[in-house]
Design a protein. Structure first.
Length: 152
């Protein structure tokens, strides 16, 4: 953490996160944009061995802190271990309380493009530069995230 920041006093943001391997994927987007679905798809991809094991950090609301130059995503205690599955409602699943962010995925991003410029593929959050995938409205995020995770 930097300064006097304490995780419980940091405001939460509208987003979801899933830890895949050693790093979390922070997923941002408007309500109904598919954040929870992408989290669950990545958990299933981890179980199928397509990517490293994946586990929920938080769904719908998470907290972000800069911890010594690393952006950390933290579960909001009230929602810890809960994920919304469209058609089933809130469900319990395994989770980790925090993880370092390694990728940001923005759903329905206005700058999502077939061949995005390099500036669209990086971003700065709380002083930490991170890789970013801007996903255009109407496009599926899972293939892009899997390509990021499995290619160099």
């Amino acid at each position: 953490m930097t300064g006097n920041d304490r995780p419980s006093t940091q405001p939460s943001i509208h987003g979801s996160a899933v830890k895949v391997g050693e790093h979390a994927i922070l997923i941002r987007g408007a309500s109904g944009s598919g954040k929870s679905s992408l989290v669950f798809d990545l958990i299933l991809a981890g179980r199928a061995g397509i990517v490293s094991p994946a586990v929920l950090v938080g769904d719908d609301r998470v907290r972000l802190i800069n911890q010594d130059g690393t952006l950390m995503v933290l579960a909001v205690p009230e929602l810890a271990g809960l994920i919304e599955i469209r058609g089933l409602g809130l469900r319990r699943c395994d989770f980790v309380p925090e993880a370092p962010v390694g990728l940001v995925v923005d759903l329905a991003a206005p700058d999502g493009a077939r061949l995005p410029g390099p500036e669209a593929l990086r971003m700065l959050i709380s002083g930490v530069e991170l890789p970013r995938i801007p996903v255009a409205a109407g496009h599926r995020a899972l293939p892009l995230v899997l390509a990021f995770l499995t290619t160099g």
